[in-house]
Design a protein. Structure first.
Length: 325
């Protein structure tokens, strides 16, 4: 409400704005065309001044108001992080009867009230087990790296609980580790034995199907490695021939008692000596006669007769007498 002083001021202002033009009009005998505009101007001035006075009073009466500000949002609730140590959990591997030993520190946080430790542990163990199930126990280092990378990542479990792990340790029981090491050694020994056996089979196949396929191939094989020893190769020819016959199953190994030349082999060598005399047919027959006498004198009558038949002369003494006469 307006105070009395302000009421009087506004009343006086209104009287002045109306009465002043009327007094001027009566004193100076102004016409209506003059004092009516003066009256209008006075009323307008009184209205403007009155409005100004009213606004000043309103400001002085109203209480001071603070400027409007945007409301400050309340801070979001922070999740509480908890953890627990898990030790010695057995996780399956890709090999039957072999398990990894898993230990770690499980961490979790949640905005949902309640106890979530068991759920967090179960989540970490499931994640670790999915990794180890596809890795063989021999690959322990690779399994440890893969499990660590999997469980150290923070992931929600689908129930509003975020889980991860630290201080991850993946190992094998000591007995299993020793057993796997021993099996690895046996596998390497077996692989070496298989390779040696395969090499031996290849060598036998090479000797049977190539080197000793015939007596001639055996001699050629030996001579290829001893090209500077043709005479010695000739001496070994009967032995190589017998080896070829044994390998082909044509001769029993028990029948071979000594490397002494058989009569036939000796006969062939004698014939080689006789055939080497090309200059004179008579001289060749004389040589045959002498060799035959030596054989007869040493109890080799069969060999002597075979030598006579080879060269088509029955009575070598007659040939000698004719040659001398």
């Amino acid at each position: 409400m307006l105070t009395d002083n302000r009421k009087l001021a506004l009343a006086g202002l209104g009287c002045a704005s109306v009465g002043l033009p009327l007094l001027l009009a009566a004193a100076f005998d102004l016409s209506a065309g003059v004092w009516i505009p003066l009256l209008a101007v006075g009323l307008i001035a009184a209205g403007v001044i009155g409005r100004r006075l009213y606004e000043q009073w309103t400001l002085s009466v109203r209480p001071h108001r603070e400027p409007l500000r945007e409301p400050i949002p309340e801070p979001a609730p922070q999740p509480v992080v908890e953890d627990v140590v898990v030790e010695g959990v057995q996780l399956r591997s890709a090999a039957p009867d072999y398990r990894f030993t898993f230990s770690c520190r499980v961490h979790w946080h949640s905005l949902v009230p309640g106890t979530h430790g068991d759920r967090a542990i179960r989540s970490i163990l499931d994640r670790a087990a999915r990794v180890t199930a596809s890795i063989r126990p021999e690959e322990l280092d690779a399994a440890a790296r893969a499990v660590t990378a999997e469980v150290e990542a923070r992931r929600p479990d689908g129930h509003g609980v975020g889980t991860w792990a630290s201080e991850v340790v993946l190992a094998l029981p000591e007995e299993d580790a020793r057993r796997l090491a021993r099996m690895a050694e046996l596998r390497k020994d077996e692989e070496l034995w298989d390779r040696e056996r395969a090499q031996e089979r290849n060598m036998r196949r090479y000797l049977t199907d190539d080197v000793f396929e015939t007596p001639g191939s055996a001699v050629a094989w030996w001579l290829a490695g001893h090209r500077a020893e043709p005479v010695q190769t000739l001496d070994l020819a009967p032995t190589l021939a017998r080896l070829s016959a044994i390998i082909r199953g044509e001769l029993e190994p028990s029948s071979v008692t000594s490397p002494v030349l058989e009569p036939k082999s000796l006969f062939e060598r004698i014939c080689d000596v006789v055939d080497s005399v090309h200059e004179d047919q008579g001289r060749r027959l004389v040589l045959v006669h002498d060799l035959a006498r030596v054989l007869d004198g040493n109890g080799q009558s069969a060999l002597s007769g075979e030598l006579r038949n080879r060269y088509g002369v029955d009575d070598l003494s007659m040939v000698v007498d004719d040659g001398s006469g």
